[in-house]
Design a protein. Structure first.
Length: 237
């Protein structure tokens, strides 16, 4: 695990975007693994700017997002699909058929989960997976206690996660209780992982990851077993 300290949120976003840009410049068919949330917003701005400046093209690239809420349609403004359209997809030239976000509004979630892993595998696996981290150490929506061996699956969100995400909804009651997420194993199959950690609320998660302990109680710790992980952090001590 390689650790890079950024002096600011902007610098963290730029360093992460640079890693993705360099890959895309040598591998036009890059498979991007993408995350939502507050942390990567600056990263997406950097990617959009690089696209607009003609530095990169997504014409032959594919993307797979980590997760989506259950019971929310892609048009719902609180959905991760909607977030991704706003942050990235509406502004770049990735083809619609190459954009993948797990399906959370289907009656057959088990099939949706299995199909998602099959699609990632058929695409040759994710080249670089972007991750944020939850205050409880979750990656994707893999909450503490999740077996590291799981592929894409349906999970119940913890209260701390629902609480952290209620800013995107009118009230806590409206935050979905379940989500579909790439499993830890799916994430570990990525060739490279870039994890962003930003802000005082992530201090404890940062400390725990830094300790090197590997335990299913702290999902991000699985990444210690991955051979190519870059953690870019800022505003944590
Ligand atoms: C998002 C995701 C989550 C977030 C994490 C941190 O797709 O899978 O693991 O990365 O909850 O969220 P923020 O960045 O909002 O603090």
């Amino acid at each position: 695990m390689k650790w890079i300290k950024a002096e600011s949120y902007e610098e963290m976003s730029k360093i992460a975007a640079e890693i993705f840009k360099e890959e895309l410049q040598v591998n036009r068919e890059m498979v991007l693994g993408l995350a939502t949330g507050g942390t990567p917003e600056g990263f997406y701005k950097e990617l959009v700017n690089a696209y607009k400046a003609g530095e990169i093209s997504f014409a032959d690239a594919k993307s797979f997002n980590l997760d989506e809420y259950i019971g929310i349609s892609p048009e719902n403004e609180a959905s991760y699909h909607y977030y991704m359209d706003q942050q990235l997809f509406n502004h770049i030239n990735m083809k619609d058929e190459n954009i993948h976000v797990p399906t959370g509004d289907t009656s057959d979630l088990a099939k949706a989960a299995a199909d998602y892993d099959a699609m990632i595998e058929a695409a040759g696996n994710v080249d670089i997976q972007l991750l944020g981290i939850g205050v409880n150490g979750h990656i994707g929506f893999n909450e503490p206690g999740t077996p590291f061996s799981l592929g894409t699956n349906v999970v119940e969100l913890t209260e701390s996660t629902r609480e952290a995400n209620k800013i995107y909804f009118d009230s806590l009651d409206e935050v979905p209780t379940h989500a579909i997420t790439m499993g830890i194993q799916t994430i570990m199959n990525a060739k490279k992982v870039v994890l962003l950690i930003s802000g005082a609320s992530k201090q404890e998660a940062y400390n725990r990851l830094r300790s090197g302990e590997i335990t299913e109680d702290f999902p991000a710790s699985a990444l210690h077993k991955h051979k190519d992980v870059i953690v870019i952090y800022t505003d944590v001590k």
